[in-house]
Design a protein. Structure first.
Length: 129
């Protein structure tokens, strides 16, 4: 979602217009991937587990769940999700691993989805691409 908004911001800056239908308001800047991924493990974990008073009393996870269909398919899938990463260290490892994935090739996302489905043994239930 951050990647999508960065693209919209780049377009808006080129023509000198404000961003239309922004996914992230200014108040939610620290929830954006390009900012979020650079936090230390404790700060990162707090963003996911403790409501942020300067961000409408939301966590990163709750913010993603509230975005709705305007933010694309990802937000729709997040609707019923539960955050279950138990420690700051593990969350940091997950974020750093995700950040290393080359997303230039759009098939990477489908490959990652299929891999995760196979690991949680629900591929037959949730379908495959």
């Amino acid at each position: 979602m951050d990647e999508r908004q960065l693209l919209e911001e780049k377009k808006a800056n080129l023509i000198g217009n404000p961003v239309k239908n922004a996914i992230y308001a200014d108040a939610h800047k620290k929830f954006r991937w390009h900012t979020l991924k650079n936090n230390d493990p404790e700060t990162l974990f707090a963003l996911f587990t403790h409501p942020q008073t300067d961000c409408d009393n939301l966590t990163v996870f709750e913010h993603m769940k509230q975005l709705g269909s305007d933010a694309g398919v990802f937000a729709q899938f997040m609707k019923g999700a539960t955050f279950m990463i138990p420690t700051p260290k593990l969350l940091d490892q997950v974020v750093q691993m995700i950040d290393k994935i080359q997303m230039d090739d759009r098939d990477t996302k489908g490959d990652l989805y299929e891999y995760l489905l196979s690991k949680i043994a629900t591929a037959g239930t949730n379908g495959q691409f």
